[in-house]
Design a protein around this ligand. Structure first.
Ligand SMILES: [Cu+2]
Length: 318
């Protein structure tokens, strides 16, 4: 879609003229009113410039229609992901709140309490999955956009289906959405971005963040460690224990060669684990993991496969 051709200030609203090659839009040139963009801005949102930044950001993600909700008949909350869908493993989920009467964005609102549930049909049981605490602003250029995350442990299939609910608080109106039906796609063949390990009776999940962003060479590698809840219907929060995640990236299709300059993932103030992984060439990488406790004792991944590498690993392709 070709974007902004011209900006026209018309009365109090900024109107953008765009031409579209979109197949479901045969109108050609059309006018789109950018929410929240007025000459004076909107006291609940932003300046015209900020609102335009929100609008521009939203062109880079896709709406998840089933997660939209109307708040007290006055506000809309819209949810987005990169593809408009979810997949197994880590998913960013973005939110925007608007006023129904004029479509203007709202800056001060809260999204929290992500509650995903999978109903396992044959087993007649329900479980949840790892989630971030809530959605937060993440870019000073468009504070009205908030981001959270969910890491799905399984895909939707004939074995089970997913729902998602969340809490909202918009300009004093608070509530919880219904449990909305969502679809979680399987990962492409050969990709493994979410692993689990057990310590005693406890199950932990290792969620690799956005491995599709990796480029050839040195990448910062981010992950979360979440602990399975009791009961399993309670969303899985970040583990309270502190670990060190050692990585050993190998190319299984090329004699298991490794790369220099890799650095273990260490716990950060924001609750994530951060390290460096050096992916020296394109292709499939198996990132073998050894998880240690704060005293250096191996708690997972110390067992070797027949090939001599840890059987706990993520698989990524760049
Ligand atoms: Cu399941």
């Amino acid at each position: 879609m070709k974007k902004v051709l011209s900006y026209i200030l018309l009365g109090a609203s900024l109107i953008v003229s765009v031409s579209s090659c979109n197949s479901n839009d045969d109108l050609g040139t059309q006018e789109i009113v950018i929410p929240g963009v007025t000459i004076d801005g909107d006291i609940d949102c932003c300046s015209a410039e900020e609102a335009l930044q929100v609008y521009n950001f939203l062109q880079t993600v896709k709406i998840i229609p089933e997660l939209s909700t109307v708040v007290d008949g006055k506000y809309n909350v819209f949810a987005y992901s990169k593809t408009g869908k979810f997949h197994v493993g880590y998913n960013d989920i973005y939110f925007v709140a608007t006023k129904k009467k004029n479509g203007n964005y709202i800056k001060n609102y809260e999204i929290s309490g992500f509650t995903p549930h999978m109903l396992m049909v044959k087993m007649n049981m329900k479980h949840s999955t790892p989630v971030g605490a809530g959605a937060e602003s993440f870019d000073n250029n468009y504070l009205a956009v908030k981001r959270g995350w969910i890491s799905f442990v399984m895909s939707s299939s004939e074995n089970g289906s997913w729902t998602l609910a969340y809490n909202y608080s918009v300009l004093g109106s608070k509530g919880t959405t219904d449990e909305k039906d969502i679809t979680v796609d399987a990962l492409p063949d050969g990709q493994q971005w979410l692993k689990s390990f057990k310590v005693g009776n406890d199950t932990y999940y290792l969620t690799l963040v956005n491995p599709t962003d990796y480029k050839t060479g040195k990448n910062s590698i981010q992950a979360y460690v979440s602990k399975k809840s009791t009961p399993a219907t309670t969303p899985y929060a970040l583990a309270s224990e502190q670990f060190v995640i050692e990585i050993d990236p190998r190319m299984p299709d090329m004699g298991n060669h490794t790369s220099p300059g890799n650095q273990s993932l260490l716990l950060q103030d924001d609750g994530s684990y951060l390290g460096n992984v050096n992916l020296t060439m394109t292709g499939r990488w198996r990132i073998h993991l050894t998880v240690k406790d704060i005293n250096g004792n191996v708690v997972a991944g110390g067992d070797d496969l027949s090939d001599g590498y840890s059987s706990l690993y993520w698989d990524v392709t760049i």
